[in-house]
Design a binder for this molecule. Sequence first.
Ligand SMILES: Nc1ncnc2c1ncn2[C@@H]1O[C@H](COP(=O)(O)OP(=O)(O)OP(=O)(O)O)[C@@H](O)[C@H]1O
Length: 366
Amino acid sequence: MNLDVDIYYRQGNFLLDTEFKCFESAMGVFGHSGCGKSTLFRAIAGLIRPDGGHIILGGETFFDAARRIFVPPHRRGIGLVFQDARLFPHWSVEQNLRAGECLKERIKNRPFNFDDIVDLLNIQHLIDREVTDLSGGEKQRIAIGRTLLANPKLLLMDEPVSGLDVSLKMQILPFLARIHTTLQIPTILISHDLGEILQLTDQLLLMRDGSVTGKNSLEKLAGTSKTLRELKGAQLTNLLKMQVAQHDKDHGVTRLDLPNHPELRVEMELAEKLPIGRAVNIGIAANQIAIAPHRIETISMRNQLPGRVRSITHTPDRSLCKLDTAAGPLFAEITRGTEKEMNLTPASSVWILFKSRAIQPMGMLQ
Ligand SMILES: Nc1ncnc2c1ncn2[C@@H]1O[C@H](COP(=O)(O)OP(=O)(O)OP(=O)(O)O)[C@@H](O)[C@H]1O
């Protein structure tokens, strides 16, 4: 996308004063509650009119205060997906989906058709149902489908899965990345969980008190003390791809293989719904990972993987280690004390430890 935003907007006591340019095809927006993420989305979508500045997408000016340009929302071609699905309750699934196609001009050159979206979101079996008795995850898939069918130039997703429990998130999260790669619609995603954003992109816009404090890859932002501080307290969930190997009911665990490393296995709490052989995304919070100088034979933490420190970033009270492992890069949050005691430096060889319970299934991959 080629998005250029430079706006200010007063809303009660709150001032949104935001400037950034985005050339990446996907970006996550991250910041504390109330920092202005949704207000920024509303401004881009045209649901509010900023007090000043400009918004330009792909060379098309949506808003320019100086030139008195304000393109209304229905002419911007922007798709919005909210936390709640906002479906029409008395309509069937198909009627809800078709509502996305009501502007014929917008879908004239659409590079996909109705069935493509139904296939992509795996909702064939729901088409004739009423929406009222769908699960939260199913409703959200229909809402996403309706938005996609309108052929948006840009997709804005405002915490699309935050109201759902983990199993329902699993119904949605894999589709976000799939939608993005298959349909190539530029996408901006707001989420409180960096792990969710990382499913889609590692490009982040950090916000605080209405302003942008950083825009870069997570790695770069986490590599700078100032922006790492912004990320502090954030749920930083590492996402790893694994393959379901075995359900062991006796021990209450599901075993997962690391792709291309059959000698390395990890265990998570029993998740029998995951089909054997299926590739899955799992999440491990950075603050649930411990580091040891060598493998430990007698310890309750079931999972141990060898790794190497790539970099260490400091905030006043903690260290964020970026580690290279056979499962991919991984962030671990440790204390300064641990770092000193272990004499950790870039290139140190370490073992990475985490409990089975620290693993969250984040979504099945196709
Ligand atoms: N209609 C309004 N009038 C006055 N203030 C408002 C209005 N809507 C939102 N605000 C305030 O504007 C600020 C930014 O709100 P916004 O919803 O954009 O934050 P957010 O970052 O999306 O928060 P969250 O993560 O909790 O959804 C907040 O302080 C909020 O209380």
